[in-house]
Write a protein that binds this ligand. Structure first.
Ligand code: 5GP
Length: 176
């Protein structure tokens, strides 16, 4: 089993790169079908969502726009701070079919706040594509449209997810 150490913590690989790549392709296929004839606008959340977002977008064959937004909640710890700093910069989302691309949905707080913030600007529609969902933690009962992997509640790094900014570059998912 592949392992990765950050400080005193040893993480074990639970999903390898090949499995991730084929799942991302399946998700892109589904979005291509669902949005046929439309021109969605993808909003990729920094920093973690970037890794999944780029791979996903490579397989989208629709005319589409793509921007990054920022939603920060965890800080340097393994538990959510409960506060979410959102910045959607000056992106015009009015009348657009929005797909928010997230790395992970844990409690659902971040996505809930993002939806509220973006909805205020009257987009045509909003859907969520998340690489990972932790269904046991989803206190906010957010409806997720595209989910890469449903995983148990453990702290994860890899494929964009970090601990103290390390581990994002791993091409698999690693769990504590
Ligand atoms: P939520 O607002 O849904 O509780 O948390 C979402 C954010 O928490 C994610 O965007 C991510 O930054 C962070 N997060 C939640 N679970 C994990 C995890 O297992 N590993 C890492 N590295 N970040 C996580």
């Amino acid at each position: 089993m592949k392992t990765y150490k950050i400080d005193e913590y040893e993480f074990n690989e639970i999903i390898d790169a090949a499995t991730i790549n084929s799942r991302v392709l399946e998700m892109a296929d589904q979005i291509n079908k669902d949005y046929a004839g439309k021109k969605p606008l993808f909003l990729i959340t920094l920093t973690g969502g970037m890794f999944f977002g780029v791979e996903l977008l490579k397989h989208i064959n629709l005319d589409c726009k793509c921007f990054v937004i920022s939603a920060k909640s965890y800080g340097k710890n393994m538990v959510s701070s409960g506060n979410v700093d959102i910045n959607i910069y000056d992106i015009n989302v009015k009348d657009e079919d929005i797909i928010i691309v997230e790395d992970i949905v844990d409690t659902g707080l971040t996505v809930t706040k993002l939806i509220k913030n973006i909805s205020a600007q009257n987009p045509a529609s909003i859907r969520i594509a998340t690489f990972i969902n932790k269904p046991d933690c989803n206190n906010y009962k957010v409806n997720l449209d595209y989910v890469g992997f449903n995983l148990d509640d453990s702290f994860l790094v890899g494929y964009g997810l970090d601990y103290k900014e390390y581990g994002r570059n791993l091409n698999g998912i690693y769990s504590l």
